[in-house]
Design a protein around this ligand. Structure first.
Ligand SMILES: [Zn+2]
Length: 525
């Protein structure tokens, strides 16, 4: 569809010419504020090229004509949503959040809980220039500490709105129960929880505002080119974009990802080509992420690697699958590797997290059975608690299980480091990873493959030795790395460096999962 067609498709009221100057539309600014991020509104209202563009006019008309009450209503074929005024969720919510609401809440939560919550910006803005935020939650959050990390994400896929809600409500749940329920209190003593509720900020804005409700991917319209808001908001372009859960580097370009930009699971032009996935790569590489979860909807599965046919049986299959099966029990869903219980997918979050750092990484396919990626809100509530439509299938129980797994030293490695007070410790690894041998076409019968791409992956994290201390405990990922080619580990070491007052000392430490190693770098002063 061309832009001129969009104009006629946009239900422009008869009294408004498509070429009416923008200021005439500013009366809809208030309504825009309900559905769009302020940065977008200011972008729309200040961009001269857009101001004069017919497509902008059409887009504003679309945005202003969306009845806000339509958002989150029962999709065709789904049972009617009960009328609710409050819910048992930690916030009592009964409707899906807008992107603006999520961003405002992250800021408010961090301000209200300075000892326990730190809001952070991810390093790369979205393609449309939005800053993406996450929260770190733990006791004494601003102190450097060697706690194991659990990373949880929502919304790789734009239309999967329940994943935002489940992540946000779990944040509130943790904070509400901390200091009240001894189990939650102990978990926040021992684990650093990192949440990124909206990985795909642009996609969520498009879907949640109903401009492109069934959007799955990000806003990339053409490889290597920065898209415009208008291009992404044009429903005719719904089938463009990169599938962010096919854009991670490990095994990128293999089975279960589309070569074609028009394919529903398009892998992108290169591994990590999208800024949203560069964010995730860097987050995973700069923390000791021992457990990770990517929330999706709506297929009732707990998934772990292998996700693509090109992968081996993972070297950690026994403990990794045991945890998957426990999660499957919490959710009453089938649990296991993608190709066996679901479909194949390459370039997924699990592959990158597991093969780079040995992170036990999973996907939850939440809120099943409603023939919708965002069913009526009552299904979010039922999914969170395992009540109503989903008896005994609780995402909350799965999240708590993952926090417990992160806290369990048998599932990661521990360094007991002797070092002088005030020193900075870093651990570092640099190694080569590979994509899949590249699919060349989307034709299922075509077995032609291009060579795999090799890329360098670095892992880097740091820890300060507190004043008055001569020792720190550092919960880390194993230094042994799971092979991408066989059911075995590659024998690598962490390079641990202690620096203080211009002096430094470096040692190499080989440590396996479940092992504790003593390290002495007390000579770095
Ligand atoms: Zn998804």
């Amino acid at each position: 569809m061309r832009n001129s067609d969009l104009i006629s498709a946009a239900r422009i009221p008869a009294h408004i010419s498509p070429l009416t100057p923008v200021p005439a539309f500013l009366t809809c600014n208030l309504q825009l504020q309900e559905v769009l991020h302020p940065a977008f509104i200011s972008f729309l209202c200040t961009n001269e090229a857009l101001m004069s563009a017919r497509v902008f006019v059409a887009m504003v008309v679309v945005a202003c004509s969306v009845p806000l009450t339509a958002v989150g209503q029962t999709p065709a074929g789904a049972p009617p949503a009960p009328t609710m005024t409050s819910s048992p969720l930690p916030t009592g919510r009964v409707t899906y959040r807008t992107y603006v609401e999520v961003m405002n809440e992250l800021e408010r939560i961090a301000k209200a809980n300075p000892e326990r919550v730190r809001r952070f910006e991810l390093p790369h803005q979205s393609l449309l220039g939005q800053t993406i935020y996450g929260l770190e939650i733990t006791h004494n959050v601003n102190a450097s500490s060697g706690k194991p990390v659990f990373v949880m994400t929502g919304l790789h896929h734009a239309r999967e709105w329940p994943t935002v809600e489940l992540t946000m409500e779990f944040i509130y749940d943790l904070l509400k129960n901390d200091g009240v329920d001894p189990h939650f209190t102990a978990l926040l003593d021992s684990v650093r929880f990192i949440a990124v509720p909206v990985v795909n900020a642009d996609g969520y804005e498009m879907s949640r505002s109903m401009l492109v409700e069934q959007k799955r991917r990000n806003c990339r319209m053409e490889a290597g080119k920065v898209p415009t808001f208008a291009d992404c908001a044009n429903p005719a372009n719904m089938r463009n974009g990169v599938d962010l859960n096919r854009n991670y580097g490990a095994f990128w370009g293999g089975s279960g990802a589309s070569v074609s930009p028009a394919g529903d699971s398009h892998r992108g032009a290169a591994p990590f080509s999208e800024p949203e996935i560069q964010n995730m790569r860097e987050l995973l590489a700069s923390n000791q992420v021992v457990v990770a979860l990517s929330n999706h909807t709506p297929d009732a599965k707990v998934l772990r690697v292998p996700s693509a046919n090109e992968e081996p049986v993972p070297a950690d299959v026994v403990p990794y699958d045991s945890l998957a099966q426990l999660l499957g029990g919490d959710l009453k869903w089938t649990a296991g590797p993608w190709p066996k219980i679901y479909y194949t997918a390459s370039g997924t979050m699990e592959e990158q997290a597991y093969y780079s750092a040995g992170t036990f990484a999973f996907t939850f396919e939440n809120a099943p059975g409603q023939r919708s990626f965002h069913p009526p809100y009552s299904f979010v509530i039922d999914q969170y608690f395992g009540t109503g439509a989903y008896p005994g299938s609780s995402s909350r129980a799965g999240y708590i299980r993952l926090l417990e797994a992160a806290a369990n030293p048998k599932l990661h490695s521990v360094l007991e480091v002797k070092a002088p007070a005030g020193a900075t410790l870093t651990i570092h690894k640099s190694f080569t990873m590979e994509t899949s041998p590249l699919l060349v076409t989307d034709v299922a019968s075509d077995s032609t493959r291009g060579a795999a791409i090799k890329f360098t992956q670095e892992l880097n994290s740091s820890l300060a030795v507190p004043k008055g201390a001569d020792h720190v405990t550092w919960h880390v990922n194993p230094s042994l790395r799971p092979s991408q080619h066989g059911t075995e580990f590659i024998r690598e070491a962490w390079r641990l460096t202690c620096s203080l007052n211009g002096q430094s000392q470096t040692v190499e430490v080989v440590v396996a999962r479940g092992e504790t190693k003593q390290v002495d770098v007390s000579r770095c002063r």
